[in-house]
Design a protein around this ligand. Structure first.
Ligand code: 6R9
Length: 663
């Protein structure tokens, strides 16, 4: 769980365990891949020589109505302005220009609904829909600068709604379709959104989920909402307020498809995306237009080596996560990619659904999260082995540190030992990828995000803000502004300064711990507020989790530090055994001892968990991050804190009842 506002003074992590740094396997790109790569080694030197000239060159990837006068205005830090004076329209860049260049018949989105229904949307189709939605919003009185909330399932209309807002200069705020009425209402109110775009529901795990009903509940407490536009997706019954509610097919699909995009200032607000808070109010991260699109477009091209004419790209994220914003909507569409968009979960109607989609659409680039990869490992190697995955040529990972074990499994069982893997570190706040291998250049190490991308200056510093030497550990910081950086927290400049810019002078503090190995490559260690202090030693949760996952009987693990009278904090691990492992009675007890000893042997006796609990599931956010805060509550026998951002609210009951029965 991410929350920087209330962390205690963090302690240095220079003395953390050495285990991850002992990883010696390295995988250079195949020669053929390297020879055809979009970006080569020279990009690093070019960007180091003149960072602003480098980004200025990348901005020329886009079509601007008016050229900028200045690349970066950093005279009032931490408030950055990129491409000052420039003007562009984001939707024009993502849609119109591809149509104008004669690529209107190219498929933009192969959409697959969970029940198996499909839609094929070309760039011309997308253009028509975005223009219609832009006209419909304008007719409802939405103008540039107004906020529009989007609360949708993974259907093409979600992308259309975002692009329509961008087209007319309205600022969108996408809220995860799984969030509660309170969470939605809080975000709508914070941004004073005028319009909500939603659907009757969406399909998840074979069932229609209700969205409109939640919007109704949120709207009752959100006076700013004037209109609610509803896409018919599931056909379920919904309550209707004639003065407020409108069907998408009545207002959008009947609107004119003629719309001329107006250019907006490079610093015009494009979207707000809320990062979940624990006890504090969620932070509305504000992104603007020119710099954001420049970096989303550049990184999507560079990191995924996108060849728009031959690649079929698939990012499995939800549109309500920043990954969906930058790597389903803005990055791929600005680059004219053909992509797959999938509505449902990976286990519906069967556990091979992802691999079936790869086989069906001949997907070449797959971008997913470690949580999904660990789930697939748990389900067994035979499932992906039953499908033809030979179209894949590149794999990506995002969201959490990827354990070396999961990385190797991904490479072997999904990538057929031939596809480069890009482990991409970034945040809602950074807007786009910051640290990642370049797939045609980097000899990647399993579990390392490797180096900052060209044009990005990341570093690891100690408590005194000094850069740590190779082999050292500390806090991940960003030393120079970057084009897609957040501009502020919506409505709260002070909190923006306090949260990200006050821990170290003149540096952005990301809130993550990291290490540099002997080659200077970066290893992410999780949020600093998750680091444990055991008998005076700093131990990262990531390292103990990776040690547990490296045991053949473990599928997944989450580790927390619980208050302990003798050691200050003690390590408590929640562990999901792999399928088929016997955990009943004595066998469970024996497994626990085996795992405690395994960790002690791998990392040293100091890291031996005080307690290991065998559990069926772990609490996760919708983007797959483990909510260690809730597990800490369990480990310290407290009542649970806020569970509104949990993906599945029954998980905590499962864990608690399993514990009571002695598991
Ligand atoms: C894109 C996204 C950001 C936090 C970030 C870090 C963790 C993301 C990671 C990673 C290690 C990676 N994180 N990618 N940790 N390796 N490749 O996830 O944004 O939801 O804002 O989360 O996620 O802790 O600070 P967001």
């Amino acid at each position: 769980m991410r929350e920087l506002d209330h962390i205690e003074e963090p302690s240095p992590m220079s003395e953390t365990l050495e285990n991850l740094l002992n990883e010696t396997r390295q995988f250079p790109p195949p020669a053929e891949f390297a020879a055809a790569a979009n970006v080569t080694e020279g990009a690093y030197a070019e960007a180091t020589q003149d960072r602003l000239a480098f980004w200025e060159k990348q901005a020329h990837r886009l079509s601007w109505a008016k050229e900028w006068e200045q690349v970066l205005d950093w005279t009032n830090p931490p408030f950055a302005k990129w491409f000052v004076g420039g003007q562009l329209n984001v939707a024009y860049n993502c849609v119109d220009r591809h149509v104008e260049a004669g690529r209107g018949d190219k498929v933009a989105i192969h959409w697959e609904g969970e029940p198996g229904d499909t839609r094929t949307i070309t760039y011309s189709d997308l253009h028509r829909s975005v223009c219609q939605a832009a006209n419909a919003l304008t007719d409802l009185g939405v103008t540039a600068g107004d906020r529009v909330a989007i609360y949708m399932p993974m259907i093409p209309e979600a992308a259309v709604a975002m692009l329509a807002c961008a087209r007319i200069g309205a600022t969108h705020s996408v809220v995860f379709g799984g969030f509660s009425a309170d969470a939605l209402g809080g975000r709508v109110n914070d941004a004073s959104a005028k319009v909500v775009i939603t659907a009757d529901g969406g399909f998840r795990r074979g069932k229609p989920s209700g969205l409109k009903a939640i919007v109704d509940e949120a709207a009752a407490k959100s006076p700013s909402i004037e209109k609610v536009i509803v896409v018919r997706r599931t056909g379920q019954d919904v309550d209707w307020d004639d003065s407020r509610d409108l069907w998408w097919h009545d207002v959008v699909e009947t609107a004119s498809a003629e719309h001329t995009a107006e250019a907006f200032d490079a610093e015009h607000p494009l979207f707000i995306l809320y990062t979940s808070g624990t006890t504090a109010k969620p932070k509305g991260i504000l992104h603007t237009t020119g710099g954001y699109l420049t970096q989303a477009s550049y990184t999507h091209n560079a990191v995924f080596d996108l060849k728009p004419d031959s690649d079929v790209y698939w990012c499995t994220a939800d549109i309500g996560w920043v990954t969906g914003h930058s790597y389903i909507v803005y990055g791929p569409l600005s680059n004219g990619a053909t992509q797959v968009m999938y509505e449902g979960t990976p286990d519906t109607p069967h556990r091979g659904r992802f691999w079936e989609l790869i086989q069906k659409y001949k997907i070449t680039i797959l971008y997913t999260a470690p949580t999904a990869i660990r789930t697939f490992m748990k389900w067994g190697d035979d499932i992906p082995a039953g499908f033809d995955l030979s179209s894949l040529r590149l794999l990506g990972s995002v969201g959490e540190p990827i354990n070396p074990e999961a990385w190797m499994w991904y490479r072997e069982h999904i990538g057929g030992d031939r596809c480069p893997i890009v482990d991409t570190w970034w945040q809602t706040e950074t807007g786009a990828i910051m640290i990642s291998p370049l797939p045609g250049v980097t000899a990647a190490k399993p579990g390392s995000a490797m180096r900052p991308l060209p044009g990005i200056s990341a570093d690891v510093v100690d408590d005194q803000a000094q850069s740590v030497p190779d082999g050292g550990g500390g806090y991940l910081v960003l030393r120079e502004p970057w084009p897609s950086m957040l501009r502020t927290i919506w409505g709260d400049d002070e909190r923006f300064k306090e949260t990200y810019w006050s821990r170290f002078q003149d540096m952005y503090f990301a809130g993550d711990g990291a290490k540099k190995d002997a080659d200077g490559d970066l290893w992410l260690l999780g949020r600093v507020d998750d680091v444990m202090l055991v008998s005076g030693h700093n131990i990262s949760t990531t390292e103990v989790e990776s040690a547990l996952v490296s045991h053949p009987k473990v599928a997944e693990a989450a580790v927390v530090g619980a208050t302990d009278p003798t050691t200050g904090q003690a390590i408590v691990a929640f562990t999901i055994p792999r399928g088929g492992v016997d955990t009943e009675g004595d066998a469970g007890e024996a497994l626990i001892q085996e795992l405690r000893n395994h960790v002690a042997k791998t990392l040293g006796p100091i890291a031996k968990p005080r307690q290991i609990m065998l559990v069926p599931e772990l609490p996760k956010t919708r983007s797959g991050k483990i909510m260690r805060r809730l597990l800490r509550d369990v480990a310290e026998n407290r009542s649970l804190g806020d569970v509104t951002t949990l993906q599945d609210s029954t998980v905590m009951d499962l864990i608690s009842s399993g514990l009571q029965s002695g598991k």
